[in-house]
Design a protein around this ligand. Structure first.
Ligand code: IFM
Length: 449
């Protein structure tokens, strides 16, 4: 790993969040319910019965949160737009109050010298669309395009960086195969259709972008290097399948218009190729790719369809509280691999961070989270090493700005640079936040030592 030098001028130093995880007030000002609002009410779906009803109350405290971003010295902020705030029914009548919420946020960010980076879909499909089959309905690409076009028309003059989808493989796999995310289905057949429609929706949004806005648009994927648990053929094969399914299922079509070779054998009879027109849409040229990186996975053969592959849990001392292996070298590896496979396109680390069980503030108000600071330091070094290896890395976003609603884990997992006391909504900058502030102020040099 390279010794860390300063990062290039213009490098974006960011933090990321998503709408349902931080906003709270999910039905305020005429917003419609989304699938997480519904799913979180399902008995047993979320640890401790948590919901995003309050979350970080960002919907009302957004101005304070922008002040925290300034305290950190962020040059960029990645957030997502809640589709059901803008179109309560997912389509049809526009809710101006929803649009205004994001317009105000964007204006305040710009006044604060912080580049807004908006994600259109971070898992919160309007429930009214789910009633029509959600991502399994082929019409969803058109619904998404209309929503995306509206946002480009309203904010495209002020938001220079847009992402269509966040981590689409989690939408199809966690939402439609494993059933641990909304809408909580378990059907490989459905997931196969969902993957196709997600990619078509992505392409449709890119088309609308070219016609309405001037900035840059990309997609955000989560990548995890895969290693077989042993040399045994069945583990090597399981690891290859997992790589294909998790790492390549979405990124390859976006660049080539084709599914990766071998995906059909995993997904089975409901799988089908794209038509030439679909291929062209899916591979509409994009301007950048966002990589969310957290961990490496060691894979062995397993029983569950469609993959028949399992992860081997890492040693606890080498893992975060979610049991994810801490493996900074993997970040360099995935960034280099994307560049080698798909050419030198601008990349961003759109998420990177760690869940640790932080202590509450001590009597001096300090939240000591040295493991998170060390995690960030080591991954920043790995990001710097990717630059040294020729990757066109343009920015790095910590997940997350705030402790927040961690999906099926509820509020039990904390990822924030800023601690949130969920009973009082009080915010406190953690030691890792101070560390990141120094990194930003020194253009990366503070992560060298
Ligand atoms: O909280 C999530 C985020 O919504 C998507 N990427 C991974 C994070 C940590 O699990």
């Amino acid at each position: 790993m390279s010794d860390l030098a300063r990062f290039p001028d213009g490098f974006l130093w960011g933090a990321a969040t998503s709408a349902y995880q931080i906003e709270g007030s999910p039905l305020a000002d005429g917003a419609g319910p989304n699938i997480w609002h519904r799913f979180s009410r399902r008995k047993g779906a979320i640890d401790h019965g948590d919901t995003g009803d309050a979350a970080c109350d960002h919907y009302r405290r957004w101005a304070e949160d922008v002040r925290w971003m300034r305290e950190l010295g962020l040059s960029a902020y990645r957030f997502s737009i809640a589709w059901a705030r803008v179109f309560p029914e997912g389509r049809g009548a526009l809710n101006w109050k929803g649009v205004d919420f994001y317009a105000r946020l964007v204006d305040r960010l710009l006044e604060s010298g912080i580049t807004p980076a908006a994600t259109l879909y971070h898992w919160d499909l309007p429930a009214a669309l789910d009633d029509r089959g959600g991502w399994t309905n082929p019409d969803v690409a058109g619904w998404f395009q209309d929503y995306a076009r509206t946002m480009f028309e309203r904010l495209g003059d002020r938001v220079p960086m847009w992402a269509t989808l966040n981590e689409p493989v989690l939408v199809s796999d966690a939402g439609y195969v494993k059933g641990v995310h909304a809408p909580g289905h378990r059907s490989v057949r459905e997931a196969t259709a969902v993957a196709r429609h997600l990619l078509l929706a992505h392409g449709a949004a890119v088309e609308a972008f070219r016609a309405t806005a001037k900035g840059a648009i990309g997609i955000v994927v989560n990548l995890e290097p895969r290693e077989p648990a042993s040399d045994a053929n069945r583990d090597v094969e399981a690891s290859r399948r997992a790589d294909l399914y998790f790492n390549r299922q979405y990124l390859e079509p976006v660049f080539t218009g084709r599914w990766p070779e071998g995906l059909g054998a995993i997904l089975g009879e409901s799988f089908r190729d794209f038509t030439p027109a679909e291929s062209a849409r899916v591979a509409a040229p994009i301007d950048w790719v966002g990589v969310n990186y957290y961990a490496r996975r060691v894979t062995r053969a397993g029983p569950d369809p469609p993959l028949h592959a399992d992860d081997v849990p890492p040693d606890a001392e080498k893992a975060t509280d979610l049991g994810w292996e801490i493996h900074p070298e993997g970040l360099t590896r995935v960034l280099v691999e994307v560049t080698e496979r798909h050419g030198k396109i601008p990349l961003y680390v759109t998420e990177n961070g760690a869940a640790f069980d932080d202590p509450p503030p001590n009597r001096l108000g300090v939240v000591a989270d040295p493991r998170r600071a060390a995690y960030l330091r080591d991954h920043l070094r790995a990001a710097r090493a990717a630059l040294d290896r020729g990757v066109d890395l343009r920015g790095y976003f910590v997940w997350s700005l705030l402790d927040n609603f961690e999906w099926q884990k509820g509020y039990s997992q904390r990822f924030g640079l800023i601690r949130v006391d969920f009973a009082t909504q009080e915010r406190v900058m953690k030691e890792s936040g101070r560390f990141y502030r120094d990194v930003i102020a020194s253009q990366g040099a503070a992560a060298r030592d």
